[in-house]
Design a binder for this molecule. Structure first.
Ligand SMILES: NC(=O)c1ccc[n+]([C@@H]2O[C@H](COP(=O)([O-])OP(=O)(O)OC[C@H]3O[C@@H](n4cnc5c(N)ncnc54)[C@H](OP(=O)(O)O)[C@@H]3O)[C@@H](O)[C@H]2O)c1
Length: 329
C-alpha cells in the first residue's frame, strides 16, 4: 500500500510548457532504463514513489523501453494500477513511437499506420484510456511529414492523447512540424531533444526556435547517461549503466578527455555546494526556454539528489566562463 507524501508539492518548481496551459515539474523522470523486464520490481517501484513524493508529476515512456521492448510500459501500468490509480489526474504520462517496435513494415518510423497502432498498444500495456503527451520519437526521412503530423492531430482529436510533441527533430524539421500542427489546430506542446553539458547542439538555433514558437523543451539525458556525475571518476562501478551489456552507455564513451573534464566540473560543483549531477541539471535549468529536465535513475537516492539541484540554479559569470573553458578542452 502506497500513500504519497502530503508535502509532495512543497518543494518542486512547476514551469509553463511553452505558451500552453500545462505546467511540468522542473525535474521529470524517464523510464528508458531500469524499469524493464530485466530490472528489479521493488527498486523501480520505490523510484516512482520517491519521485512522486517530491513533486515529480511527469513520467516519460516510449513503446520500445525495456528490455524487452514494451516491458517498461507494462511494469509502469502495473504500478499505476496498484499505487497511483487515485492520482491519475495529478500525473502527466507521455509515450512515443518512432523506433523499431515490431516486425514487418508497420512497426517503425512515422507512418499513420505505425503511430496509431503503436499508441493503441501502449495504452493497453499501461492500462490507460489516454496519455497526456504522445511524441513522434524521431523524424522519418521517407514518410511525408504531413502524414506524420496528421496522425498526431488525429490522435488528439480521438482523445487518445491530450497533447503531442516531437523528439530528435533538427531545426528545419521542427520548424515545419510546428507550423503544420499549428495549422491543424493541434499546437506542438513540446520538443524532446538530447541536451547536456557534453552535447550542446540545441544551442545552435533549436532553443531560439522553440522560444519564438512558444513550444516547451524537455532535454533528455541531461547527465549524459551518468557521465556528468562523480560515479566514473575511479573506474566503471559494478551495476552502473556503463557496466551493463544492454545499457546504451559504453565504457568506450568514458575517454581520458571526458574524465579530465568531469574531474574539473566536479571541483566547481563542490565549490558551489552541489553534487556534479545537481550542477549539470541546474546548468540546463538556468535557461527560461527549458521546461523540465528529463532524468533517468537506477536508485531512489538519485532522484532525491536531482531534486535538490533546485536549491541553487544561479551561476555567476565567472562560473559560466570556467565551465565553458572546461567544456572546450
Ligand atoms: N527521446 C529520445 O530519443 C530519448 C532518448 C534517450 C532518453 N530519453 C528519455 O530521457 C530519460 C533520461 O535519459 P537518461 O536515463 O539517459 O538520463 P540521464 O539523467 O542523463 O542518465 C541517467 C543515469 O545516470 C545515472 N545517475 C542519475 N543520477 C545520478 C546521481 N545522482 N549520481 C550518480 N549517477 C546518477 C544513473 O545511471 P546508473 O544506472 O549508472 O546508476 C541513471 O540511470 C529516459 O528515461 C527517457 O525517458 C529519450
Amino acid at each position: 500500500m502506497y500513500t504519497p507524501s502530503s508535502s509532495r508539492y512543497a518543494m518542486m518548481q512547476y514551469r509553463r510548457c511553452g505558451k500552453s496551459g500545462l505546467k511540468l515539474p522542473a525535474i521529470s523522470l524517464g523510464l528508458w532504463h531500469n524499469f524493464g523486464g530485466v530490472d528489479d520490481y521493488d527498486q523501480y517501484r520505490e523510484i516512482l514513489h520517491v519521485a512522486f513524493d517530491q513533486g515529480i508529476t511527469h513520467f516519460d515512456l516510449a513503446n520500445n523501453y525495456g528490455p524487452p521492448p514494451g516491458s517498461a510500459e507494462e511494469n509502469f501500468g502495473k504500478i499505476l494500477a496498484s499505487d497511483f490509480k487515485a492520482y491519475r489526474d495529478e500525473l502527466i504520462i507521455s509515450t512515443k513511437a518512432g523506433y523499431t517496435m515490431w516486425e514487418g513494415p508497420y512497426g517503425d518510423w512515422g507512418s499513420r499506420k505505425y503511430l496509431i497502432s503503436s499508441l493503441d498498444q501502449s495504452l493497453k500495456r499501461m492500462g490507460l484510456d489516454y496519455v497526456d503527451v504522445f511524441y513522434h520519437h524521431r523524424p522519418d526521412p521517407e514518410t511525408p511529414l504531413e502524414e506524420t503530423m496528421t496522425a498526431l492531430n488525429h490522435i488528439v482529436k480521438q482523445g487518445k492523447a491530450l497533447y503531442v510533441g516531437i523528439s530528435n527533430y533538427d531545426v528545419p524539421e521542427a520548424e515545419k512540424a510546428i507550423r503544420m500542427l499549428k495549422q491543424m489546430g493541434t499546437p506542438c506542446l513540446i520538443h524532446q531533444p538530447r541536451y547536456s553539458m557534453f552535447d550542446r547542439w540545441v544551442e545552435n538555433g533549436l532553443l531560439d526556435l522553440l522560444a519564438k514558437q512558444g513550444v516547451g523543451c524537455i532535454p533528455f539525458s541531461p547527465l549524459a547517461q551518468g557521465l556528468l556525475t562523480d560515479k566514473y571518476l575511479h573506474g566503471v562501478p559494478v551495476g552502473s549503466r556503463a557496466s551493463k551489456a544492454h545499457g546504451f552507455l559504453r565504457p568506450s564513451h568514458i575517454t581520458p578527455q571526458k574524465l579530465e573534464q568531469i574531474e574539473h566540473l566536479n571541483q566547481i560543483a563542490i565549490n558551489r555546494g552541489q553534487t556534479l549531477a545537481q550542477m549539470a541539471l541546474a546548468w540546463i535549468l538556468k535557461s527560461p526556454v527549458i521546461t523540465s529536465v528529463l532524468i533517468g535513475a537506477s536508485k531512489a537516492e538519485q532522484v532525491t539528489d536531482a531534486v535538490h539541484c533546485l536549491h541553487n540554479l544561479y551561476f555567476s559569470e565567472d562560473e559560466i566562463f570556467t565551465i565553458n573553458t572546461i567544456l572546450a578542452i
